[in-house]
Design a protein. Structure first.
Length: 596
């Protein structure tokens, strides 16, 4: 485009959600219960600085639910001048993969956040080990020889207390010896565990002598073969938080029942009071910030029409039900990104959903609404035709071409203008013509008139059909008094349709994505069905259409509103200016509300 612009398309795609008027109001202070706690803790002087962490397990790609946790963990640090670490919870080497480690970092950055420090639970394995020996010496942990099966039997149930393990009263020396031999790799996987000695009759099953360490002779992506034993999530998470001086350890509600164990680990080990346990950190050049963290739980994000667990998302990929982790129908952040979701839209969505302890199901339309709102302000307008029908304007000379000027955005002049080639032959949308119109039809019919957006009023004189009787071309007259700027342009015609000048049109692949599942609760397995049976067969329809040149000439990930069709994004992987591929991110209106 000829004219210089203050903001490039790149800027527009990454800056915070703009407002239609251009003036961004100061964001309202968020008032959820976690931010209230943080404010109080700052006011009371409990902490000098706020520290949070986002602790993903690198066993899959992040999904939209994680966006809520990321926006909360990083958002709070940002809002209160604190720091947020990204910590990989890499305590289960069998399921973890460097591919996920990289993707998670990319996703967090894409959402617009950055970490104060990148950590791994595995950075602390030596500290955890010293902590475990301390627990043994205190009589707070013991080596147990029960098999996994036996441990289950001894555990009891919600209504019955558990029974003490026969190994519970081993002496400290024997426990230390056995634990050191576990660490030395003397025993087979599963032969022994280190268990906390808490209370087998506790009403909270998490406190019935939970395992702290297990034997697993699996090489680890960071520590290689160094460790034949690995800490369990509860101790690793609690001590990891304590090591990093996390003040507010935010997690989802399913960890509420683990909180007493979290506190038990923090208090019994008391890293802040036993700095010698932190000695291995100095060797790794990691700063020591030990403090007593507080775990606070909030409700998970649930959205209807989606599945949101790494396990199910992994299965969709493994079973070939989608085209990989970043299939634009996937609810992974990579999928949403490729679909055309912007960081601004996701942050807007997370703000709208809010933070509470109440479990709820968010309607998918809230997610789509946030995307529409973000892109309405952000995306330049273009014209494209998805189901092309040729229209010939017979009263224009053969080969006639001209250039019209169109604003790029109806509500924001700063987007500037573009040149739109108009020609004797046009592509219009097949759906904008009806030989036998339904009631209330406002668009084109044989002999009828319609306005071509920004170009003039046309009358359909002739319908050309092929041998099968299918309409292949419309021959029409352009009212010469109805061109842009003329008085005749003001006369009333019922409908306005979009078009693309055929002479300069660029053919494109248009992927018309829709919701991946056709039912609100794809997780519902009643009737013997699974989420696999609920995949929406129309969730990906690929067509060949036409674009105006200024749409084809876009960088990957640039979004447009194709007028009357929806918001589209140039595909991150497949789009090229000379072979454009656009994904429909969302339609202009909610087409699902009526179906429900
Ligand atoms: P999933 O259960 O979907 O496989 P996960 O909880 O095992 O996910 P983690 O890698 O352990 O995934 O999660 C990292 C952080 O993200 C945790 O603090 C977790 O509470 C949070 N989180 C995961 N899913 C959601 C969700 N749906 N809503 C909000 N936060 C979530
Ligand atoms: Mg988890």
């Amino acid at each position: 485009m000829a004219q210089a612009r203050a903001r490039t398309l790149e800027d527009r795609m990454t800056e915070p959600t703009p407002t239609a008027a251009g003036a961004a109001p100061a964001p309202a202070e968020k008032q959820d219960f976690i931010r209230q706690i943080v404010r109080q803790d700052i006011a009371s002087g409990k902490h000098d600085a706020i520290r949070t962490r986002f602790p993903p397990e690198p066993n899959g790609y992040l999904h939209i639910g994680h966006a809520k946790a990321i926006c909360l963990d990083f958002g709070i640090a940002e809002e209160f001048g604190g720091r947020c670490n990204l910590r990989f919870d890499d305590t289960n080497p069998a399921k973890e993969d460097p591919e996920f480690v990289q993707a998670i970092q990319d996703d967090v950055r894409w959402l617009g956040f950055d970490w104060a420090s990148l950590r791994h639970a595995s950075d602390y394995f030596a500290v955890f080990y010293l902590a475990a020996e301390k627990l043994i010496r205190q009589g707070d942990a013991f080596v147990c020889d029960l098999s996994a099966e036996e441990v289950r039997e001894y555990r009891g149930s919600l209504t019955e207390p558990g029974r003490d393990s026969p190994y519970r009263n081993r002496g400290v020396e024997e426990n230390l010896d056995l634990f050191r031999r576990m660490r030395a790799g003397e025993f087979d996987d599963g032969a022994r565990t280190l268990r906390a000695k808490i209370d087998m009759s506790s009403g909270n099953i998490n406190l019935r002598d939970p395992a702290l360490y297990r034997i697993k002779k699996v090489p680890h992506q960071n520590t290689g073969d160094a460790w034949p034993i690995y800490p369990m999530y509860d101790i690793a998470h609690a001590l990891g938080d304590a090591i990093e001086g996390i003040t507010h350890s935010l997690c989802t509600l399913e960890f509420e029942d683990h909180r007493p164990l979290y506190d038990w680990c923090v208090d019994k080990v008391d890293l802040a009071g036993n700095p010698e346990l932190l000695a291995p950190l100095a060797a790794k050049d990691l700063p020591i910030e030990a403090a007593k963290p507080r775990q606070i739980e909030f409700s998970r994000l649930n959205i209807n029409y989606t599945v949101m667990s790494k396990r199910k998302l992994t299965q969709l990929v493994a079973e070939g039900l989608v085209d990989g982790w970043d299939d634009p129908r996937m609810y992974t952040l990579q999928g949403l990104r490729r679909r055309g979701y912007t960081p601004g839209a996701l942050r807007l969505f997370v703000d709208r959903v809010g933070i509470s302890k109440q479990n709820s199901m968010i309607d998918f339309s809230v997610l789509e609404g946030a995307l529409r709102e973000d892109l309405d302000a952000r995306a330049p307008r273009r014209m494209a035709v998805v189901a092309p029908l040729k229209m010939v304007l017979t009263n224009l000379p053969d080969g006639h071409e001209e250039v019209l000027r169109f604003p790029n955005h109806p509500k924001d002049e700063s987007f500037g203008e573009r040149e739109l080639p108009f020609s004797r032959e046009l592509w219009i949308e097949r759906d904008d013509f009806a030989e036998v119109p339904p009631k209330g039809w406002k668009r084109l019919v044989p002999g009828g008139e319609v306005r071509l957006r920004g170009a003039g009023i046309v009358r359909c004189d002739e319908v050309v059909k092929d041998a099968d009787g299918d309409v292949v071309e419309l021959r029409a007259t352009l009212d010469p008094e109805s061109r842009p700027g003329m008085d005749g342009a003001n006369r009333k015609v019922k409908g306005t349709i979009h078009w693309v000048g055929a002479a300069r049109a660029v053919e494109a692949e248009l992927r018309l994505y829709d919701r991946l599942f056709s039912v609100p609760d794809p997780d519902d397995e009643s009737g013997g069905l699974t989420y696999r049976d609920h995949i929406n067969p129309d969730s990906r329809v690929s067509v060949r259409g036409y674009l105006e040149p200024a749409a084809a000439d876009a960088a990957p990930e640039h979004a447009f509103q194709f007028e009357r069709l929806g918001y589209f994004v140039a595909d991150r992987r497949d789009h090229r200016a000379d072979a454009p591929v656009f994904n429909r991110s969302v339609t202009l209106r909610d087409t699902w509300a009526a179906r429900a």
